[in-house]
Write a protein that binds this ligand. Structure first.
Ligand code: COA
Length: 241
């Protein structure tokens, strides 16, 4: 867009270093606490190791998600393509204050959960994914990011939405999450309803939920054997969803 100048100027063109544009487009990051690695035993006896995403995971994870986004079942396609964008955004710095958890079993990437911080009062849940069906693996993944938001960031509210019936049952129904007024308030994922937890609901009722549904709590005391078994990250060889 060009507008006539209100005064004579010495030079009519300026050279811009795009790093200066980047500084404007990219908000300064908040100083988020690190996620302490955790483990939990699934109902089928496998040990799920939950750690933060590492830069070296990104390329293989994106390659695997290219296949997941083609699965036209149980909303894997829409969630797969959105998660692809959110993981790519980590290296392109186009997601404000994200936190991204990877669930591994013996090094194999079988679970995913992420969110981001809106401000010091609100964190937003983005997606949960499992690549190992019927193991209730999604549940501890969603719980882990909720725990991070409510216990470690200590936000007042955690805002979720659900693209799928399985997602809603896992966290909307089983955590009895109420909704914000709609359409006055909309979740950033497609303008859907905002389901939320506040500290009162979390502390009085929901914090114990993982013990009820999985039979045990997350352990932040990860054994050396579990760390060793998950030292090398790999994506599943096949798509069996
Ligand atoms: C939502 C999600 C994370 C839930 O995790 P989960 O409960 O561990 O995952 P599953 O899909 O394996 O299981 C959901 C239910 O469907 C059942 N199920 C899964 N595959 C099945 C199949 N082929 N036949 C019959 N039942 C099946 C499971 O047994 C489970 O029921 P149960 O808990 O009563 O046993 C997971 O379904 C997922 O990744 N979905 C795609 C992405 C998505 O929708 N993410 C959430 C966005 S809000």
């Amino acid at each position: 867009m060009k507008v006539d100048l209100p005064t004579p100027v010495s030079t009519e063109e300026m050279k811009i270093d795009v790093r200066e544009i980047e500084a404007i487009l990219q908000a300064p990051p908040m100083n988020l606490p690190p996620w302490p690695d955790a483990q939990i035993t699934l109902k089928d006896g496998r040990i799920l190791y939950i750690r933060s995403i590492q830069e070296s995971d990104i390329k293989p994870a994106l390659g695997y998600l290219e296949k997941v986004m083609k699965v036209e079942k149980d909303f894997y396609d829409i969630v797969g393509v959105r998660v692809y964008g959110e993981i790519l955004a980590l290296i392109r710095h186009r997601l404000k204050d994200p936190f991204t958890l990877m669930g591994l079993v013996d090094g194999e990437w079988l679970g995913f959960a992420n969110g981001r911080v809106w401000d010091e009062n609100v964190a937003v849940s983005l997606h949960t994914l499992t690549f190992s069906r019927k193991a209730r693996l999604g549940w501890p993944m969603y719980y882990a990011k909720t725990y991070y938001a409510m216990e470690m960031l200590k936000v007042k509210e955690w805002w979720s939405t659900f693209e799928s019936y399985n997602g809603w049952r896992m966290a909307g129904l089983s955590m009895a999450q109420p909704t914000k007024p709609y359409p006055q308030m909309q979740h950033e994922l497609g303008g859907a309803k905002i389901f939320y937890l506040d500290q009162e609901n979390w502390q009085k009722r929901v914090k114990n939920y993982i013990k009820e549904v999985i039979g045990q709590d997350l352990s932040f005391d990860v054994s050396p054997e579990v760390k060793k078994a998950n030292a090398v990250f790999r994506v599943p060889e096949t798509i069996d969803l």
